[in-house]
Design a protein around this ligand. Structure first.
Ligand SMILES: Nc1ncnc2c1ncn2[C@@H]1O[C@H](COP(=O)(O)OP(=O)(O)O)[C@@H](O)[C@H]1O
Ligand SMILES: [Mg+2]
Length: 242
């Protein structure tokens, strides 16, 4: 008899989690539950710990103190999770070649890869550019290709680290449209951004980080309409959080 695969990695729970580099605290006393449902958007100024929190939630880094658990388990291989980093590196291949490589890495049988590649490129709106060298694509197209590669793992949870940073409005909209479709398809999206407008457009749940601490969490509607903390009020008002 074979072991049945675990049904879900959710919720992902941080319990009094700390992360220290050398002696520098990067994350401090994080208590947070990331459950199924609408996108969870991590916001906060540069250096507030967003990327580090995503890496811990993905399982790429281990906490220095406290725990991270996936549906109650502490050791969970990231087969059902995918992450898209802020500056994804494109392989020196076509757009389709990049996706096919990701499918192979995800263990998709060779016979299924062409069809899956076509599906994934269509999902991110790159079907017409399938044969274009990936490194010749525009910044926004490369980000969408990176999304397709992440989706090749057929993840339950998709972590996105500032996927629209440095993109123009049209390219940003194209990425956000894909993210909305992905979320609507039932994939849990967990995304870091320092762009408040983007957070408003996509959340879900908001998690505000400041100096490595979670200072406020809540549904986007109440977070923006009636923030509880001074930090959240300042951040929403566009004041610099230092
Ligand atoms: N491996 C590391 N070595 C040194 N400093 C780090 C490391 N990882 C994170 N930091 C520091 O921790 C803080 C938070 O980083 P990060 O998680 O990247 O924040 P954000 O993504 O919100 O900008 C920053 O001050 C960063 O320089
Ligand atoms: Mg970051």
């Amino acid at each position: 008899m074979t072991m049945r695969a675990p049904l879900t990695d959710l919720p992902i729970m941080f319990a009094d989690t700390g992360y220290v580099v050398s002696t520098l605290p990067v994350l401090t006393q994080i208590s947070l539950t990331i459950g199924a449902g609408t996108p969870t958007i991590l916001i906060g100024p540069n250096g507030s710990g967003k990327t580090t929190l995503l890496r811990l939630a993905m399982g790429l880094a281990s906490p220095s103190s406290g725990r991270v658990t996936w549906n109650g388990r502490t050791e969970v291989p990231p087969t059902r999770r995918a992450i898209m980093f802020q500056r994804p590196a494109m392989l020196r291949r076509s757009a389709a070649g990049n996706v096919r490589y990701a499918l192979a890495a995800a263990g998709v049988p060779r016979a299924d890869r062409d069809e899956c590649t076509a599906d994934l490129l269509a999902r991110v709106g790159l079907d017409a550019l399938r044969d274009r060298p990936a490194r010749r694509l525009s910044g926004g197209e490369q980000q969408r290709l990176a999304l397709a590669r992440a989706l090749a793992r057929n993840p339950e949870v998709l972590f996105l680290d500032e996927p629209t940073a440095s993109l123009d409005p049209a390219a940003t909209k194209a990425i956000e449209d894909v993210i909305r479709t992905v979320a609507a398809s039932g994939i849990k999206v967990v995304m870091a951004t320092h762009d408040l407008g983007e957070a408003r457009r996509l959340a879900g749940e908001i998690v505000l980080l400041h100096r490595g601490r979670v200072v406020e969490t809540g549904p986007a509607a109440s977070f923006f309409a009636a923030p509880h903390t001074e930090e959240a009020r300042k951040f929403i008002a566009g004041e610099l959080l230092v």
